[in-house]
Design a protein around this ligand. Structure first.
Ligand SMILES: Nc1ncnc2c1ncn2[C@@H]1O[C@H](COP(=O)(O)O)[C@@H](OP(=O)(O)O)[C@H]1O
Ligand SMILES: [Mg+2]
Ligand SMILES: [Mg+2]
Ligand SMILES: [Mg+2]
Length: 346
């Protein structure tokens, strides 16, 4: 499902025109690529696991009204193109894909809305972010197709497709496009996007870092994370390498294979709650690569609270040894901030 969605989103990027993007209520963008990829993946999950609910980022309400007709028609066309594309290794026609698997507009809208599940502490559920890092996607930079399976609040499986991420940053000639995946207890792995089943998977482990090699992975978008706080944490840790900024859960993939040493995402203070689909796949990937992921207090992320992670204390992910040092630096930077705020009041 993730491979097929990556092919879809990559082709949408090359065909995207200006009026194919909507601005959601929270001012964030969503494109025909996000909607059609959610239709595609929800179709496959629904056919393969009919009883499983899905917590998906997008919903079809804006497409069901008069003003959404042009966008809806385009999404139906793109979703059907992706659904009916020829079967590849690993595909099963029972999943509603392959030549002839066309759906009506009504079916496409309904299957997008299979992502409306509210989440919660008990039972099986999938999380889907059809395009994570939509802003990166629109810039032609990093984005990711992100899927996870949660059972009783615990992430058991994470799959992250990164069409624009170099396969090996130290060897650019290998090109771009990988799928990263982890099954709880079975390790973290990387396979090429083009041939995910016929190549031998590469096992990922977070390497040891020194102060000279350590660096931060952070958002490109200033509205998504408090980057000035990251700078102070880096300073406290004695980090000299500049941070690596990239959109999406490609940051978790980069962390899992050692391209960067710490993923730090602190709230910007506008009351935004982090969404479970933005962290569930990445969290199991990092843990299976030998890392630790918590909020900025050192508490585990709770995937059983609903569609969000609840009150926002940020996210800290790193290798085991580095993680405890980062938490200390984060506490120190928070204390400094509180002190400065107090002094400002006086
Ligand atoms: N104010 C905010 N604070 C933190 N995250 C935010 C935010 N507004 C939007 N986001 C989330 O940030 C995600 C992208 O993260 P990153 O900056 O790491 O690329 C978005 O995912 P989508 O692009 O799937 O909507 C969105 O869910
Ligand atoms: Mg979005
Ligand atoms: Mg997202
Ligand atoms: Mg998204």
């Amino acid at each position: 499902a993730v491979r097929r969605a990556c092919v879809l989103t990559d082709s949408v990027f090359h065909k995207l025109v200006k009026n194919e993007t909507l601005t959601k209520d929270d001012k964030s963008p969503v494109t025909v690529g996000d909607f059609s990829a959610q239709a595609l993946i929800n179709t496959i999950i629904t056919r393969a696991f009919p009883d499983d609910p899905i917590v998906g980022e997008e919903d079809a309400s804006d497409l069901r009204v008069e003003s959404g007709i042009t966008l809806r028609n385009r999404i139906v066309e793109l979703a059907n193109e992706a659904l009916t594309a020829e079967l590849k290794q690993g595909d099963d026609p029972a999943w509603g894909i392959g030549p002839g698997a066309t759906q009506t507009a009504e079916q496409i809208m309904d299957v997008i809305d299979r992502g409306n599940y509210g989440g919660g502490p008990k039972g099986r559920m999938w999380t889907l972010d059809p395009i994570d890092g939509t802003k990166g996607f629109l810039r032609g930079e990093q984005y990711a197709v992100c899927l996870s399976l949660i059972v009783d609040s615990r992430v058991e499986l994470g799959v992250i497709g990164c069409p624009n991420l170099p396969i090996d940053p130290s060897n650019p000639s290998l090109g771009k496009g990988s799928i990263f995946y982890a099954v709880r207890g079975q390790g973290a792995w990387q396979v090429p996007l083009t041939e995910p089943f016929s190549s031998s998977p590469k096992r990922l482990t977070i390497p040891a870092f020194t102060n000279e090699t350590l660096n931060l992975l952070e958002s490109v978008e200033k509205a998504h994370a408090k980057l000035s706080f990251n700078d102070r944490v880096a300073e406290l840790l004695g980090i000299t390498r500049p941070p690596t900024r990239m959109d999406s859960q490609a940051k978790y993939c980069s962390l899992a294979r050692g391209d960067g040493g710490v993923y730090l995402r602190m709230p910007t203070g506008v009351g935004y709650k982090e969404k479970i689909w933005d962290h569930a796949p990445g969290s199991v990937l990092v843990e299976e690569a030998g890392g630790v992921i918590t909020d900025s207090r050192g508490e585990p992320l709770n995937f059983g609270l609903g569609r969000t992670l609840g009150e926002n204390f940020g996210v800290v992910a790193a290798g085991k040894a580095v993680h405890s040092r980062v938490l200390e630096a984060v506490q120190k930077a928070k204390e400094e901030e509180a002190l400065a705020a107090q002094n400002a009041k006086i």
